[in-house]
Design a protein around this ligand. Structure first.
Ligand code: NDP
Length: 289
């Protein structure tokens, strides 16, 4: 008998669709209307950060947003960066502010994130927005977990009453992911590095989200037959190839639906950043005198 393989959740196509619908909305704005504006701040020239920043600015240009790039030298002081953040907070052309992480060691990232106006925190990292998310109030949700929710929705996965297991508890992925799933009425379990017998828990998951950063930590024998498996991990294998936290070959013969890496969660992150920027723009336009 032929083995049934999990159907693939095509994040690339879903992200492209989302971006196209945002472009349609920008194209439909009256000619004299202000465009949505995203400020992208980078401190230093970390090569991976430069790629992310370039991709974010390119996405703005394709959709038709104004993108304001601020590239600061690696020895920028915290006071100077905070001064720039305050300036962007006050700039009416800026709907979203993104400070690319990681920051050089002389700068406390919490101080910088905390200085961003929560109304312009399109990354959803500000404690105020994370707090609102946990309370189930409307807010900017961190882009990667918000993107996972869109993938689940577009793939017809219902979450109500399902057991969702999130592996990883970072402030930018695992914790907001768990809050979003809980808000969608899933029963949520969070695992982390101190969780003994990870497989015993992941095997109970109807929906399994891996956000660890370790190649192949989730193998097929750790997955409940038919489960939906979402792989947030973005790792490099020994040959430098991009791969996820899930061992795809063994997982796809057990899971019902699965995201590949690349082409799964990854493309959703920037698409959700663009969606959050649109939401901020609309809110700010509605509030403008
Ligand atoms: P962090 O390193 O901040 O968090 C990793 C989490 O995994 C921690 O909570 C840690 O537990 C947990 N963990 C580590 N080892 C184990 C283990 N053996 N068993 C169970 N849990 C474990 O990473 P991020 O959350 O920032 O990112 C996670 C992954 O997602 C990375 O591969 C990253 O590259 C990727 N990523 C992808 C994005 C995308 O756009 N697709 C965006 C953001 C991240 P503990 O808290 O106990 O240390």
């Amino acid at each position: 008998m032929e083995t049934q393989l999990a159907s693939r959740i095509d994040g690339k196509a879903i992200a492209a669709d989302l971006r196209a619908s945002l472009k349609d909305r920008v194209d439909a704005l009256p000619g004299n209307a202000r465009r949505p504006g995203l400020a992208v701040v980078q401190v230093g020239a970390d090569p991976a950060s430069s790629v992310y920043v370039r991709n974010k600015r390119q996405a703005c240009e394709t959709i038709g947003y104004a993108s304001f790039g601020h590239e600061l030298p690696a020895d920028t002081s915290q006071a100077d960066l905070l001064a720039l953040v305050h300036q962007l907070n006050a700039d009416p052309a800026v709907d979203g502010i993104l400070v690319q992480l990681p920051l050089p060691t002389q700068i406390d990232p919490d101080a910088v994130i905390g200085a961003i106006d929560p109304e312009k925190d399109v990354d959803g990292f500000h404690p105020f927005n994370l707090g609102r998310l946990v309370l189930g109030q409307p807010t900017f949700a961190s882009c990667t977990p918000a993107g996972v929710m869109v993938l689940l929705e577009r793939s017809g996965v219902s979450l109500k009453g399902k057991h969702a297991v999130v592996v990883g508890r970072s402030a930018i992925v695992g914790k907001p992911m768990a809050a979003l799933l809980l808000n969608a009425h899933a029963t949520v379990t969070i695992c982390h590095s101190r969780t003994p017998d990870l497989g015993a828990i992941t095997r109970q998951a109807d929906v399994l989200i891996a956000a660890v950063g370790r190649t192949g930590i989730i193998t097929g024998d750790m997955i409940k037959p038919g489960a939906v498996v979402i792989d947030v991990g973005m790792n490099r294998d020994d040959a430098g190839k991009l791969c996820g936290d899930v061992e795809f070959a063994s997982a796809q013969v057990v899971a019902g639906q699965i995201t590949p890496v690349p082409g799964g969660v990854g493309p959703m992150t920037i698409a959700m950043l663009m969606a959050n920027t649109w939401d901020s723009y609309q809110k700010r336009c509605a509030a403008a005198p």
